[in-house]
Structures are given as structure tokens and as C-alpha cells.
Design a protein around this ligand. Structure first.
Ligand code: NI
Length: 133
């Protein structure tokens, strides 16, 4: 079995069922993205969120959010989108957004490989890419 990012839980390249919520529960801190699968150039990532993120935009790609547990609010400059467990939403490319979780929420993100979590800016909330769990 191949392992990645120091975890034996990685299922990269395996023909095996993947449980995104279970994977999300393995993550230590908030706002840390972990890859759980890849399809062509796209990655499926999970994260635990709590509190508020920063305003950012992704110039080159849309971003898909799927809520696994909890409730996520995504603020836009002209409104908001609330996603509950089992719901998904897409933030169009170039649109400024700020995720907000009043209580812990677990999500799955689908986006092309290499997308930076803080979008077009690098700052203290930027986390490394390509860490598998
Ligand atoms: Ni984003």
C-alpha cells in the first residue's frame, strides 16, 4: 500500500470506497485542506472549518463546496449562500467569497489540482497543497 503525507489512511490510487466525512474527522486543525481523491486534473479535498476565513477569489477556476456535516455560510460582496449537510454550492471563478462557520462544519471541496486556498493572495491563512489523508 502506498502512503502519503505520513498517514496510512491515504487511499490514493486504490480501488476502494472513500468516506469523505470519515476522512475529514481525521484532520487535526481547522482550515487545513487534505486531498482524499483525484480525478483527472481535479482533486477532492476535505476540511474542518470553524470561524471566519478571509475574503478571496480564484481567478482561474470555479470552486465547489459540499457540506458533509454542519452548516456553512459563504459570504459574497452582494449576498450569501447557506449550505447545510448534504447540500453543495459552486463559487464562480473570479467571485470574491468568504466562508463562515458559526460552529464546526466539515466540507468537501472539488477543484483543479494546485488551487491555493486563499486564492490570489498568499498570507497567514495559506496552507500547503497536495497533503493527502
Ligand atoms: Ni475559495
Amino acid at each position: 500500500m502506498q502512503t502519503h503525507a505520513g498517514t496510512a489512511e491515504a487511499t490514493r490510487g486504490q480501488r476502494a470506497a472513500i468516506d469523505p466525512l470519515k476522512k475529514a474527522r481525521l484532520i487535526d486543525g481547522f482550515w487545513q485542506q487534505r486531498v482524499i481523491a483525484e480525478m483527472n486534473d481535479y482533486q477532492f479535498k476535505v476540511a474542518r472549518l470553524e470561524g471566519e476565513f478571509l475574503w478571496h477569489a480564484h481567478a482561474d477556476t470555479d470552486e465547489t463546496f459540499i457540506v458533509l456535516e454542519g452548516e456553512l455560510r459563504i459570504d459574497f460582496r452582494d449576498g450569501e449562500m447557506v449550505l447545510r449537510a448534504g447540500e453543495m454550492g459552486i463559487v464562480p471563478k473570479g467571485v470574491e467569497h468568504k466562508p463562515h462557520a458559526a460552529r464546526e462544519v466539515k466540507i468537501m471541496l472539488i477543484e483543479p489540482r494546485g488551487v491555493v486556498n486563499t486564492g490570489d493572495s498568499r498570507n497567514e491563512r495559506t496552507v500547503p497543497n497536495d497533503l493527502w489523508i
